[in-house]
Write a protein that binds this ligand. Structure first.
Ligand code: PMP
Length: 308
């Protein structure tokens, strides 16, 4: 029987166009000519690591927010997964600035992806590829307050993987949780850990506010968010207390306000969790002050940039 070759038409992409440049394995090339082997281990088994970073158009020019922290975390994630990343954090930062310049991007979302060579075994892979792509992306969860669903999925048990590493395969859990929430008419999910304590969202850390103070899950079962750390800094600057401790979803029914934070999400207020509406008006909350201070910090380059 004659087999008909199926040709995939190039589809319109929201991430790139014909002019877009990406960095791939040492070269700046057109996004339309970037290729990867279909035998790569990342595609088959999820063994790869990545980062989600933002740059902002600041009064000092285009600045990547907390570049060192992000590229250091990329190294940490790679190490945990036995992946040898040949570029230093400083080199990665310089390459990313070049990429932004080549694409005339100022406010951008930046995605470095470390993916692996051909290996269909469940063993470590020595061939390592690096792609860096960037595109203009608004706030990931939008600008409205969110309706959350307490997910039926749990975050992965830290005994099954490294929860402090940003590993490609971990995001199947996130996709399941977000899809479930959206199918049920919610904006996003909130997940518990393996002990039933509130952990984080599919792509963001979670804080709640009670009597002017903040509570968030401790490190261990969550991704140590760079935005989470920035929220700690801001809270300190503003004189707000932050407590890191385990808490059950039921406790949230006594909370005044809540928010998600992450690089893509920035600081986004939460209106409801299932049937419970957070009672405090967002504009009266300390959460809103954190949100405003975060916006100022990133947009005004109020952070030391180590390499430039
Ligand atoms: N948790 C998860 C699961 C995430 O994917 C992210 C986004 N990287 C975060 C938290 C927030 O991390 P960050 O502030 O470093 O972007």
């Amino acid at each position: 029987m004659e087999t008909k070759a199926i040709k995939f038409k190039s589809v319109q992409s929201m991430y790139f166009n014909k002019q877009t440049i990406v960095f791939l394995d040492g070269d700046f090339i057109k996004a339309t000519s970037a290729k990867a082997s279909v035998y790569n281990q990342t595609m088959h088994y999820g063994n790869g690591v990545f980062e989600g970073i933002r740059s902002y158009d600041t009064p000092d020019g285009t600045r990547i927010f907390k570049a060192k922290e992000h590229f250091d975390r990329l190294h940490h994630s790679a190490e945990k997964m036995h992946i040898k990343l040949e570029y230093s954090s400083e080199e990665l930062e310089r390459l990313t600035y070049k990429l932004l310049e080549k694409n005339n991007l100022t406010d951008a979302y930046i995605r470095p992806l470390v993916y692996l060579g051909e290996n269909m075994s469940l063993t470590k892979t020595d061939v390592v590829h690096l792609a860096i792509v960037a595109w203009k992306w608004g706030n990931y969860l939008g600008d409205e307050m969110l309706n959350l669903m307490l997910s039926s999925f749990e975050r992965p048990n830290p005994k099954s993987c490294f929860m402090d590493a940003k590993v490609v395969g971990h995001y199947t859990n996130s996709i399941l949780a977000t899809t479930e929430a959206k199918q049920k008419g919610y904006d996003e999910a909130l997940l518990t850990d393996m002990n039933g304590f509130v952990a984080e969202g599919p792509g963001a850390n979670f804080f709640f506010e009670k009597d002017g103070k903040f509570v968030t899950a401790p490190l261990g079962n969550i991704l140590p968010g760079i935005t989470r750390a920035t929220v700690f800094e801001i809270a300190k600057e503003l004189g707000f207390e932050v407590e890191e401790r385990f808490f059950k979803p039921e406790e949230l029914k006594t909370a005044d306000a809540a928010f998600f934070c992450g690089t893509a999400t920035e600081v986004t207020g939460i209106k409801k969790l299932d049937e419970y509406t957070f009672p405090m008006k967002w504009d009266d909350s300390n959460s809103q002050l954190i949100q405003r201070a975060y916006k100022r910090k990133v947009a005004c380059n109020e952070h030391e940039n180590l390499y430039i």
